[in-house]
Design a protein around this ligand. Structure first.
Ligand code: ADP
Ligand code: MG
Length: 364
């Protein structure tokens, strides 16, 4: 196994968003510095990092210069080209590997991988043509969710199909093709499990949390999720199994649906720190970001324990970030802002964590 990265080494992060920012802040605490590759000027991650390589993710000369300036590379953003990561990997180790990104960035590849690994998902079919969409609806039934296979996030790139009348319009509207049709799951709750897995293959998992969305965007995370110990153990087992099957080095979020019988279906996976793990910064001795940096740097992983229960509230768009002064004036709230200059609707501007003594969070 490769030696751990020594203090003062440099970690390259592909992507300049808030996940990169909070990863870079965790890296700084462990004595590392970060270089950021992003097309965005003054990105949230750049503001807290030593150096930024500004430009297109497809710019090969830029990718080379970035890789040569660091000791190891990771990514915080999934919609980069896996071929770009391949180029980086020819120069420095990339963790998680580009193949893990390949799996997670295409819903068909992802669901095929999960099902092959024995992990249950909603029923789904790949849709390559209008005729295939009609045939798939006949098999999967309605209502269903039609999604793009690539590039979707925060509920973008998906549409609910309620009637066969919608099919032709939907097929025209949604891009890029191909699409995927998923059966609509009647879930009790949505949960996620964040797993960290080190270079030595040892993995740890934070307790499952519940995620509540608004307009397709994560609004609240409740830690821990109000689920039975059996469901929690099952969800954790599934998440660890996915991390092993991927041979992951880094952090992985596994989003799941909890069914009425307590069973779980995996919705999607993200091989990076995840919005539903932000509460770990304030409620855990080692956050998901520290876990990620430790894994990428080849350091040992501490237990994924929490000292407090927590509720994380996202601050989305101009209306919610307008509450910032009130949040700062409210005792017991832990505020986080991401340094984004412009508060566009639907944009994640920051989050707030409320802590509760361990074992006392009660929700309906
Ligand atoms: N098959 C499904 N059945 C029921 N709800 C779903 C299904 N797929 C997605 N959703 C809902 O839509 C949300 C966003 O879908 P997801 O596939 O996670 O895309 P995104 O990449 O936008 O997070 C999910 O968190 C869930 O609330
Ligand atoms: Mg999702």
């Amino acid at each position: 196994m490769a030696a751990p990265l020594p203090p003062n080494a440099t970690i390259g992060i592909v992507g300049g968003g808030q996940l990169g920012r909070m990863s870079a802040m965790a890296a700084a605490r462990l004595g590392y510095r970060c270089h950021i590759l992003t097309p965005e000027e003054d990105s949230p991650a750049s503001q807290v990092s030593a150096r930024t390589f500004l430009g297109d993710y497809e710019d090969q000369a830029l990718l080379r210069a970035f890789a040569e300036s660091v000791d190891v590379v990771t990514f915080e953003f999934e919609n980069v080209s896996a071929e770009g990561l391949d180029l980086l990997q020819s120069i420095r180790p990339v963790r998680p590997s580009p193949n893990v990104l390949r799996i997670s960035q295409d819903r068909v590849v992802e669901k095929t991988f999960l099902n092959d690994a024995g992990v249950a998902t909603a029923s789904w079919l790949e849709i390559k043509s209008r005729a295939a969409l009609h045939a798939a609806v006949a098999r999967v039934g309605l209502p269903g969710l039609l999604k793009t296979t690539r590039g979707g996030y925060d509920g973008k790139g998906q549409a609910m199909l309620r009637s066969v009348c919608d099919l032709n319009d939907m097929w025209e509207e949604m891009a890029p093709k191909p699409l995927i049709l998923e059966a609509l799951v009647k879930f009790e709750r949505e949960i996620s499990v964040i797993v960290a897995r080190g270079l030595d293959g040892r993995a740890v998992a934070f307790d499952p949390v519940e995620n509540r969305h608004r307009d397709g965007i994560l609004d609240l995370t409740l830690a821990p999720a109000p689920i039975t110990p059996e469901t929690a153990a099952n969800a954790t087992r599934v998440a660890l199994k996915v991390a092993d099957a991927l041979d992951l080095v880094g952090v992985l979020a596994v989003e799941m649906f909890v069914l009425a019988d307590g069973g779980v279906l995996v919705n999607e996976i993200a091989p990076r720190p995840h919005n539903s793990g932000h509460w770990t910064i304030d409620a855990c001795p080692a956050s998901q970001f520290e876990m990620h940096i430790r894994a990428v740097a080849g350091l040992p992983l501490p237990p994924a324990v929490r000292h407090s229960d927590a509720v994380m509230k996202n601050l989305v768009g101009p209306e919610e970030v307008a509450q910032w002064p009130a949040i700062l004036g409210t005792p017991g709230l832990v505020p986080h802002l991401y340094g984004k200059a412009e508060a566009r609707p639907g944009r994640k501007m920051g989050h707030v964590t409320t802590l509760y003594p361990l074992g006392t969070l009660s929700v309906d």
